[in-house]
Write a protein that binds this ligand. Structure first.
Ligand code: NOJ
Length: 752
C-alpha cells in the first residue's frame, strides 16, 4: 500500500467515525474528567431482587451522588427509580442520567413460559409479542434495559440454563433472537414502551464442559462460527443495543477479557456499535480463572473491549491507577464511556431522564387482562405431546379424574426459573385450571409423592424460596392415598417432573430423569390399570426412556408461566390441539450427551441401529436419541407427500422454493410445524447429515389438504469454511421435509 493510500484511508476512517458519533455525546465527553468517565462504566445492584452472585453493591446512593455509577439493575417501580435518577441528575456535576436494567427473561409481571418452552411454539410472531408485552410492562415500572434475549446454544441438557435459551439449533435460535430483539426494542428506542435489549451470554456459555455451570469451554473456530455464533450475530444484525459477556473462557481467555471475541469478532467483523457489559462479577472472576489481580484483570477487560463492569467494581477501583501507570489509555476509557452514553442517548434519556418514570403507568400497563390471555395462548402453544396412548387425550369435560402430584396443586413452581419480576401468587394451579375449564368434571386430588425425597436436593433448590416441601407423611402413605384415589377414577392425570429451581442458573445435574419419588408414583398409578396421562414439567430435556415405554400418554409442559393451570386444562380437555415441537434432542440416557440432530456422518457411520464392530456406535445404547429434534405429536395426524423443488439446478446467489402436500388425516383440526432440512452432499469441510433451514407453522382443518411452500434463500446454502469464509460451494444438495428432524420426504438440486 502506498503512503498516499494510507493517508486517504486514515482520513476516510476518521470521517466515517466522525459521521457516526453523536454531537451531544461528544460535547459531554469533552467536559468529563477521567474519574467521571470511569464512573459511567460502573453497573451496580442494590440487592433486594435475586442476586446471582455472592456479593451485592454497597453504598449505592453515595456512589451515585459521587458520579461513580452509570447504571443500576434489580430495582423497579417509578418511585424507587425516580429517587435514584434524581441523585444522578441533580446531585452530580454533569447530571448524566442512569440507565436501569433488569432480567426480564420470560415476561415481566405477566410471566410467560420459560424460554425453552416458548421456543417449542416455533411461532416467531408469538415470541415477538411476548417480548413486546414484557417491554410494555417493564418500562411502565421504570426499566429501560433488559438482560435478554439469552441465545446460548445448548446441546447438553445437564446444563441447567438450557431452560433459559431456545435449544440446540443455530437456525431456529437466530430466528428467535431476532424476534425477541425486535419485540423488546421496537422501531423506536425512545418510545416509552420499548427498552434496550442485551443479547447474552457472548459467547459459547451453553457449551460448558460436562454441562457444569461456569465451566470451561474449548471449541474449534469452525464449530463456533457454524453452530454457536449465529444467534448472537442474528441479534446484532437485528440491531440489539448491548451485549453481555459470558463467564466461561474461550481459547483460554475468559470472555470478559477476550480481545479476539469482543473487538476482532464483535466490533470489527460483525460491526457491532452498541456497548458490552460484563456478567455479574465476571471481571473479578478472572482472578480465580488465574489471570492476575483485580487491577490486572480489569485492565485486561477494558483493553479487550468490555465497556461496563457489572457489580464487581474492578473498573471503578483500579482503572485510574492503571491509567496513571500507562496500562490503559484515556482513549480506551473514553471509548467505553462513549458507548454507554450513546446507549443513554438512543433511549432518549438525555432529552428526558424521566422518560420511563410515570406513576400512572404501572396500573395502566402491567398485568393487563389481554396480557394474561397471551400468556395462556403462549403456554398452550409451548406444550409438546410426547406420546399418545389409546386416544386417552383429549379428556371429556365431564370425566371422573384423579389428579395426582405435588406439582398439580402448586403455585410456587409454575413460573419456572428466572422469573424474579413475576409473582408466583398470581399463577393458576393445575387443579384450579381443571375446574375452570371443565366445571362438570369430577376431580379428586392427591399429592402422591414429594417432588423429591432427597432432603439435600430440596435444600439446594429452595434457595430462592421454598418450592419443594417434604411432606410430614411417609412416602408410603402418600403413595397409598394416591392409588386409592386413582382406583375410584376413570382416568388418572399425574403431574410430574422437576421443581422450578432444578433447572436454571447454577442448577446443573448429572441425573436428568424424573426424580425417583415420582418415578415410583408413576409405576404405582400405571399398576392400577387405569388410563394414565403424564403431564411432565421440566426446564430441560429429561431422560424418560422408562416412561415412554409405559402405557401412558405424555404431555410436556415445561414451566408454563402465570396461566399454567388454565393452559394445561385447555390442552388436556381439547380446547386447543397441541402443536409444540422439541427444540432440543431428548437422549436415551446421560451417556449420549452432548446430543443434537445436526451430527456428522463420521468416516465409520453405522447404517442401522444393529451393532456392527468398528462402526461409530455404543455397545450399550443406540446412537439415535429417544426423541429427535423437532419432534412433537398432535391429537390429529398429518401425512406428507409430493415434495417438489422449483428448480433442480440453481446458480450462486439464487434462491429456491419447495412445495409439499400436507394432509390432516386424523379426527381433529390442528397445526403442524413443517420443517425443512438441508444436506450439503460434498463440501470442503465435513458436512452435518442435515441442518434445519426452514419451517412454517400451518393450520389444517380435519380432512383438509394444503400445499405448503418453503423458501431456501441463497444464504441458506452457505457455511463457514476452513478459512472462516461464509460460502456456498457448488455441488449436490438434498432437502428433507417433514414433521421432525427425521423427515423422510426427499428431493435434490445442484448448485452450479
Ligand atoms: C448472572 C446471569 O448469568 C445473567 O444472565 C444475569 O443477567 C446477571 N446475573 C444479572 O442478574
Amino acid at each position: 500500500m502506498t503512503y498516499s493510500s494510507v493517508v486517504v484511508l486514515y482520513f476516510l476512517s476518521f470521517f466515517t467515525q466522525a459521521q457516526n458519533t453523536i454531537p451531544e455525546v461528544e460535547a459531554l465527553l469533552s467536559k468529563m474528567t477521567i474519574e467521571e468517565k470511569i464512573g459511567q462504566l460502573n453497573l451496580v445492584t442494590p440487592g433486594g431482587g435475586i442476586a446471582t452472585g455472592s456479593v451485592v453493591s454497597s453504598n449505592v446512593e453515595e456512589k451515585i451522588k459521587a458520579g461513580q455509577v452509570g447504571g443500576l439493575f434489580g430495582i423497579a417501580t417509578p418511585e424507587r427509580i425516580k429517587k435514584a435518577q434524581d441523585f444522578a441528575v441533580n446531585k452530580t456535576r454533569l447530571g448524566i442520567p442512569l440507565i436501569f436494567g433488569s432480567d426480564i427473561i420470560h415476561g415481566y409481571k405477566t410471566t410467560f413460559p420459560i424460554p425453552l418452552g416458548l421456543a417449542a411454539s416455533w411461532d416467531m410472531e408469538l415470541l415477538k409479542r411476548t417480548a413486546q408485552i414484557a417491554a410494555l410492562e417493564a418500562t411502565a415500572d421504570g426499566i429501560n434495559w433488559n438482560f435478554s434475549p439469552m441465545v446460548d446454544i445448548s446441546r447438553d441438557p445437564r446444563w441447567g440454563r438450557t431452560a433459559e435459551g431456545a435449544g440446540e439449533d443455530p437456525y431456529l435460535g437466530s430466528a428467535i433472537a431476532k424476534a425477541m430483539v425486535m419485540g423488546y426494542q421496537g422501531d423506536d428506542l425512545t418510545a416509552e414502551n420499548t427498552m434496550m435489549a442485551c443479547v447474552k451470554h457472548m459467547a459459547l456459555y451453553g457449551a460448558s464442559e460436562a454441562g457444569r455451570d461456569y465451566n470451561s469451554v474449548d471449541m474449534s473456530k469452525i464449530r463456533m462460527y457454524n453452530d454457536y455464533f449465529p444467534p448472537y450475530k442474528a441479534a446484532i444484525d437485528a440491531g440489539v443495543g448491548s451485549v453481555m459477556t459470558s463467564f466461561n473462557d474461550i481459547d483460554g481467555i475468559p470472555a470478559s477479557g477476550n480481545k479476539w471475541l469482543l473487538t476482532d469478532l464483535l466490533r470489527n467483523q460483525w460491526n457491532f456499535k452498541g456497548f458490552v457489559v460484563s456478567d455479574y462479577t465476571s471481571v473479578n472472576e478472572m482472578i480465580a480463572h488465574g489471570l492476575g489481580d483485580l487491577q490486572a484483570v480489569s485492565a485486561l477487560a477494558l483493553n479487550a473491549g468490555l465497556d461496563m463492569d457489572m457489580v464487581g467494581e474492578g473498573f471503578l477501583t483500579t482503572l485510574k491507577k492503571s491509567y496513571d501507570e500507562g496500562k490503559v489509555s484515556e482513549a480506551q476509557i473514553t471509548n467505553a464511556c462513549r458507548r454507554i452514553l450513546e446507549a443513554k442517548y438512543k433511549l432518549g434519556l438525555f432529552d428526558d431522564p424521566y422518560r420511563y418514570i410515570d406513576q400512572k403507568r404501572p396500573a395502566k400497563d402491567i398485568l393487563r387482562p389481554e396480557h394474561r390471555k397471551i400468556a395462556r395462548e403462549a403456554a398452550t402453544k409451548s406444550f409438546v405431546l410426547l406420546k399418545k396412548h389409546n386416544n386417552t387425550l383429549p379428556l371429556k369435560k365431564d370425566a371422573n379424574i384423579a389428579l395426582i402430584g405435588d406439582l398439580a396443586n402448586d403455585k410456587t413452581n409454575m413460573l419456572g426459573t428466572w422469573a424474579p419480576t413475576g409473582d408466583f401468587k398470581l399463577s393458576i394451579p393445575i387443579l384450579e385450571g381443571f375446574k375452570n375449564v371443565a366445571p362438570n368434571a369430577k376431580i379428586s386430588y392427591a399429592k402422591g409423592a414429594n417432588i423429591t425425597n432427597d432432603s439435600i436436593m430440596a435444600k439446594n433448590v429452595n434457595v430462592f424460596g421454598t418450592t419443594v416441601v417434604l411432606d410430614k407423611r411417609s412416602p408410603e402413605e402418600l403413595l397409598a392415598e394416591a392409588v386409592a384415589v386413582a382406583k375410584k377414577a376413570d382416568v388418572v392425570v399425574a403431574v410430574v417432573g422437576e421443581a422450578k429451581e432444578m433447572s436454571g442458573e447454577s442448577s446443573s445435574k448429572t441425573k436428568i430423569q424424573i426424580p425417583d419419588s415420582q418415578k415410583q408414583l408413576i409405576r404405582a398409578l400405571v399398576a392400577t390399570g387405569k388410563p394414565v396421562v403424564l403431564v411432565l414439567m421440566s426446564g430441560r430435556p429429561l431422560v424418560i426412556e422408562e416412561e415412554m415405554g409405559l402405557p401412558v400418554s405424555i404431555l410436556q409442559v415445561w414451566f408454563p408461566g402465570v396461566e399454567a393451570g388454565n393452559a394445561i386444562a385447555d390442552v388436556i380437555f381439547g380446547n386447543y390441539n397441541p402443536a409444540g415441537k422439541l427444540t432440543a434432542t431428548w437422549p436415551v440416557n446421560v451417556g449420549q450427551i452432548p446430543i443434537y440432530h445436526s451430527i456428522k456422518n463420521t468416516g465409520r457411520p453405522q447404517p442401522t441401529e444393529t451393532f456392527l464392530k468398528f462402526k461409530s456406535s455404543y455397545l450399550d445404547a443406540p446412537n439415535a436419541p429417544l426423541l429427535p429434534f423437532g419432534y412433537g405429536l398432535s391429537y390429529t395426524d398429518f401425512e406428507y407427500t409430493d415434495l417438489k423443488v422449483s428448480k433442480t439446478e440453481i446458480a450462486q446467489n439464487e434462491a429456491l422454493s419447495l412445495s409439499v402436500t400436507l394432509k390432516n388425516t386424523g379426527n381433529y383440526d390442528g397445526e403442524e410445524v413443517v420443517q425443512l432440512y438441508l444436506r450439503d452432499v460434498v463440501r470442503s469441510i465435513t458436512p452435518p447429515n442435515r441442518v434445519l433451514k426452514g419451517f412454517k407453522k400451518v393450520f389444517l382443518k380435519k380432512g383438509e389438504t394444503k400445499t405448503v411452500t418453503l423458501d431456501l434463500k441463497a444464504e441458506d446454502l452457505k457455511f463457514y469454511n476452513a478459512n472462516l469464509e461464509f460460502v456456498a460451494e457448488p455441488g449436490d444438495f438434498e432437502v428433507f421435509v417433514g414433521t421432525n428432524s427425521n423427515a423422510t420426504q426427499k428431493a435434490s438440486f445442484t448448485l452450479k
